[in-house]
Every structure is written in C-alpha cells, then in structure tokens.
Write a protein that binds this ligand. Structure first.
Ligand code: NAD
Ligand code: TYD
Length: 353
C-alpha cells in the first residue's frame, strides 16, 4: 500500500512528501508534470529512498493515473497538482482551466474507476484529499468575520475560479458517486522550496539581489499566513480523521498586510545579512501598479480543524518567517536552479514595465 501525491514536486507537495517519509514508513508515489513550478531538486533529499517513486506525468492522463493506482495499490490520493499563481492566471487563464478543472475531473474519473473496483475493506478505507485555497471564498471587508466552511464561494480571479470549480467537482463526486473525498481550504503558505514568483520568496531574493521590492497598490491587502509544514500536518490530520465529504479550513490566525510582511522580511534581513552599502532593505520598496481585481482581505476561521481534529499550528509568524529567510540564505544553489531563463522571462513580463 502507498499514497499517491499529485503535484508533489511543487512547493507544498514537496514539503508534504519530505515530511511524510520523515515521520512514517508508508511509501509515496509522486505524479508531477514538472511545469515551471515543479522541481525535482525539491525532493533531492529522498532520491534513492526505496519508499519513494517519481512518475513524470499529467493528472489529466487517465491511463497513467489508473496504472499508478493499480501498480502501487494506492490507498489514498492527495491532490496538490495545480497552476497556482494568481498573476499568471491573469496573463493566461486557459492553462488554469486545463489543469485545475479538466485535470481534476480526469483525475477524479481515474480514481472513481479504481475505487469502484476495490474489495469492501480497501474501498471503505480509501481517501481522495483535494488541496484547495481560501481564495475560493472571495474577498473580505476590514471588519468581516473570517471565512468559515459555510462561507459562499465567490472567487474573483481566474485562479480562484478554477480552484472553486475543482472543489465543486470533488464535492459532486462524493454526493453522486459516494467517492470518499475530503477537501482542505488553506490560507497563504510560506517556507522552504517556495518558487520566487510569490510574495515572500520574491521579496527575500529581490532584497538580497539589490532589486526593487514591488508592492502592489497601497500594500494594505491582508492575507493569513501559515508556515508550510503546519499546512502539511493539517493535511495529514484530515487524511487520518476527517469526516468524508467534509471541507476543512486551515489557517494560522496570522493576518498581516503585505507591508507588514515586507517590513518583517526587511528587518530580519537587515539583522542577519546586512546590506553591503549600509541602510535598510526597506529602502528598496517600490509601490507598483495594483493587480487587477486584487482581493483585499482573506482570513480563515480554523475552528473546525481545532475543535474537531485537535490540530494547531506549531509555528508563529515570527518563528516561521525567520526560518524561511534562513532557508533561502542557506540554499543559494536551489535559488540559482530555479531562477533560470524561464523565470527571468516571467519577471520581465510581470514587472518589466
Ligand atoms: P506549486 O505551483 O508550487 O506546485 C504545483 C505543482 O503541480 C508543480 O510541481 C507542478 O509541476 C505540478 N503540476 C501542475 N500541473 C500539473 C498537471 N497537470 N499534472 C501533474 N502535475 C502538475 O503550487 P503550491 O503552492 O505547492 O500549491 C499546491 C496546491 O495547494 C495547489 O492546489 C494550490 O491551489 C493549493 N494552495 C496553495 C497555497 C499557497 O499559498 N501556495 C495555499 C492554499 C492552497
Ligand atoms: P501571492 O504570493 O501572489 O499570493 P496570493 O495572491 O495568492 O495571495 O501574493 C500575496 C500578496 O502579495 C497579494 O496581496 C499580492 C501581493 N504581491 C505584491 O504586492 N507584490 C508582488 O510582487 C507579489 C508577487 C505579490
């Protein structure tokens, strides 16, 4: 028996796989298309581990998924595979619909066929866990209560709309076919192996590289931040004890404006890696044109995770963000590997003007 982790070479998926093998013995199969965001270097620490199998492929390839499910006697699927960056979804939504919607549908179809043919015991124990985002709920006003699992879906970007569609498909597969599904909706993650197109790693690397720190709009958009390994522990807990068909909001109760995040990063960097010419990294901040349709505030009410499943995060924002900065400083080779030609093309496209 093994678990299948789709998108396991990306940011959160790779952290999940490394932790999975670090805290248990059950084998893991990773299926990943290795898009620009997928990187086998994220999994270098388990290369050669006999409990780990890597399969290069697309979640939309039903025959491929069916083969893996059969050959490895998969007992659970954890679906991280997605196009995940809002700004890219604004430049080109089609890829988001292809992977996040069509891909999830094809994956569900392959899983449904496999699960339907299992004997009673393994059939009952089987799980399909779909990893989703708080962005499906839309945007909150400054004084609105945090998102609960009952909040209406009101996605505002092509990314969040595609994730919302995938969540609905997963829900429908439970209600219509009885597929044993679980869905998690998590807030913004940060930590090791985060591709530097997202706020936290982009700011760290631009600061160290002497480049501008591009803050969208007035910088007062609010996100809830969760250290990535806390997201992974929450997913393990839901997989182990979540109620079938239920959704679980995961968050760190760490609401910060983007300016607060950038200020924190600059002050840690000022202390641990001072600028060669003196002064603070904060001097590199530049306010740039806002993201179209930019959601103002996300906040997660994680009471269900806390009360029903007894889950709590281990890191505070202060401890997690310091660990993150230290990881980027300690891993210049990983950074060099991902900031390749394709990455520079993206930076030119997004920030060039
Ligand atoms: P990521 O972009 O770093 O990684 C995505 C991975 O999926 C990559 O390895 C990529 O190669 C792979 N992939 C893409 N298309 C594929 C396909 N068609 N078939 C197989 N593999 C494919 O994303 P991430 O930040 O690790 O996010 C993982 C999941 O968690 C996503 O579903 C995302 O919506 C969700 N999520 C992310 C955050 C966050 O803050 N990053 C927060 C909440 C939820
Ligand atoms: P991001 O990391 O893209 O996550 P998401 O949009 O999924 O929440 O962005 C986090 C916040 O940071 C968001 O409000 C947009 C903002 N942001 C900037 O101000 N500058 C940047 O260069 C980036 C990438 C994001």
């Amino acid at each position: 028996m093994a678990i299948l982790v789709t998108g396991g070479a990306g940011f959160i998926g790779s952290n999940f796989v490394l932790e999975w093998l670090g805290c248990g013995s059950e084998p893991v199969v990773v299926l990943d298309k290795l898009t620009y965001a997928g990187n086998l270097e994220n999994l270098a620490a388990i290369r050669g581990d006999e409990r780990f199998t890597f399969a290069h492929g697309d979640i939309a390839d039903q025959a491929r998924v069916a083969g893996l499910l059969r050959e490895h006697a998969i007992r659970a699927v954890v679906n991280f595979a997605a196009e995940s960056h809002v700004d890219r979804s604004i430049h080109g939504p089609a890829e988001f619909i292809q992977t996040n919607v069509v891909g999830t549908l094809q994956l569900l179809e392959a899983v449904r066929a496999f699960w339907g043919g299992l004997p009673a015991g393994p059939k009952e124990a089987f799980r399909f866990l779909h990893v989703s985002t708080d962005e499906v709920y839309g945007s909150l006003g400054a004084d609105d209560p945090a998102f609960t699992e009952e909040h209406l879906y009101q996605p505002n970007s092509p990314y969040s709309a595609s994730k919302a569609a995938s969540d609905h498909l997963v829900r429908a597969y439970h209600h219509t076919y009885g597929l044993p599904v679980l869905t998690t909706n998590c807030s913004n993650n940060y930590g090791p192996y985060h591709f530097p197109e997202k706020l936290v790693p982009l700011m760290i690397l631009n600061a160290l590289g002497g480049k501008a720190l591009p803050v969208y709009g007035d910088g007062r958009n609010v996100r809830d931040w969760l250290y990535v390994t806390d997201h992974c522990s929450a997913i393990r807990r839901v997989l182990e004890a979540g109620q079938l068909g239920r959704t679980y909001n995961i968050g760190g109760r760490n609401e910060k404006t983007n300016l607060e995040v950038v200020q924190t990063l600059c002050s840690i960097l000022d202390a641990v890696s001072p600028r060669a010419g003196g002064g603070s990294y904060w001097e590199q901040v530049q306010f740039v044109k806002d993201r179209p349709g930019h959601d103002r505030r996300y906040a997660i009410d994680a009471s269900r995770m806390e009360n029903e499943l007894g889950w709590l995060p281990s890191e505070t924002f202060e401890t997690g963000i310091r660990k993150t900065v230290e990881w980027y400083l300690a891993n210049p080779e990983w950074v060099l590997g991902v900031t390749s030609g394709a990455y520079r093309d993206w930076v030119d496209k997004q920030y060039g003007s």
